[in-house]
Design a protein around this ligand. Structure first.
Ligand SMILES: NC(=O)c1ccc[n+]([C@@H]2O[C@H](COP(=O)([O-])OP(=O)(O)OC[C@H]3O[C@@H](n4cnc5c(N)ncnc54)[C@H](OP(=O)(O)O)[C@@H]3O)[C@@H](O)[C@H]2O)c1
Length: 327
């Protein structure tokens, strides 16, 4: 089969589209023919060596496709089933062996390429606004990268639950997409001379001087200080990513001075702890995509062979919504 291999830690140029032996499903695994693989920031962290990995490895964790074979001990799935997953290492490939425990069925009426866009960013958006800080009517929130993959989904979910969403975006096109997703206000943070001072001031103008109840910050290094300063007393900063780089070490005493704030750094694994929790989140997200309540924007689709170009675009802030690779 063909797959995308990271030969060593490095930039997009370390990715090779190459032929390797087909994987075999181990005990408890499904062998799946990949219809589309999702491109996520975590793929770039793993490719670059930000997260420790062994090399060479087949890149990618997310996708959707059709079951070709069952490993020993698998129940509840059959050959031919349409499935999707968010934690299937080696997903940038024509075939992947993935643990059945983390695989969910794709409902009828949902195209497999749309299904591939949802497991990782959709579950993330769901847990952020439904669990980490449960958004309800009367809540004001700030969300970074409002036109990104997580951003467009989280905006729609938060607005549907009554939150007033303020987003940051870096271009007028991204502002329009974020507004269409339900953002009440967008702020072009790339146009600010001093983001750390100006972004909180703009957020306070939009919230009668109070600040927001919650900030969801997936950008990290460049926005962290502004995110803290945008909160009202007892507000919550949800730092869920590091698209601009990791946040430097932080003195917890600052939370006290800034308003008895809460800071959390969640990750998806701890919000899909049980099969029941995984099914709750995915059934709501995939179900909303089927019913049309959730608009899933696939901003770019690349042939699998062009994975390096997809990584370049994601890291250059040149993408909106979901980026997919199609074998
Ligand atoms: N903790 C979890 O469970 C979890 C799960 C999924 C994703 N994440 C994190 O969520 C964040 C968003 O992920 P995503 O896949 O949806 O990506 P994305 O938002 O589609 O893309 C990242 C966006 O971040 C913004 N950005 C700001 N500064 C940047 C910089 N220096 N370099 C690159 N991008 C920058 C860009 O939007 P603008 O141009 O508008 O600034 C860019 O489009 C990532 O940090 C990712 O690691 C976390």
């Amino acid at each position: 089969m063909h797959a995308v291999v990271a030969r060593e830690a490095g930039g997009p140029e370390v990715l090779s589209y190459t032929e390797i032996p087909d994987p075999a499903p181990g005990p408890g695994q499904l062998l799946v023919r990949v219809a589309a693989a999702g491109v996520n920031f975590i793929d770039t962290y793993r490719r670059a060596g930000v997260y420790p990995m062994s090399y060479p490895h087949v890149v990618g964790v997310e996708g959707a496709g059709t079951v070709e074979a069952l490993g020993d001990g698998v129940t509840g799935f059959a050959v031919g089933d349409r499935v999707a997953w968010h934690e299937g290492p080696g997903s940038y490939a024509e075939l992947v062996a993935v643990d059945a425990a983390g695989v969910v069925p794709v409902p009828d009426g949902l195209d497999l390429t749309v299904a591939a866009a949802l497991p990782l960013q959709g579950i993330t958006a769901h847990y952020l606004v439904r669990s980490t800080f449960e958004v309800a009517p009367g809540h004001d929130m700030l969300l970074t990268a409002g036109a990104g993959g997580v951003g467009l989904l989280a905006t729609q979910l938060a607005a549907a639950h009554g939150g007033r969403v303020i987003t940051t975006v870096s271009t007028p096109e991204k502002a329009a997409l974020s507004t269409a997703a339900g953002a009440a206000h967008t702020i072009d943070y790339a146009a600010l001379d001093d983001l750390t001072a100006e972004l909180p001031a703009l957020v306070r103008e939009l919230t009668d001087g109070q600040g927001v109840h919650v900030v969801y910050d997936g950008v990290g290094r460049t926005t962290f200080e502004a995110s803290l300063a945008s909160l009202r007393p007892r507000g919550t900063l949800v730092l869920f990513g590091a698209a601009s780089g990791p946040v430097p070490p932080f003195d917890p005493q600052r939370l006290n001075r800034a308003g008895s704030l809460y800071l959390t750094r969640p990750t998806i694994a701890h919000y899909a702890l049980t099969r029941e929790e995984l099914e709750w989140r995915t059934s709501e997200v995939l179900g909303a995509a089927v019913s049309g309540d959730l608009d899933v924007r696939v901003g770019a689709t690349y042939p699998l062979a062009d994975a390096a170009a997809a990584h370049e675009a994601l890291e250059a802030r040149a993408t909106t919504g979901k980026v997919l690779l199609v074998p």
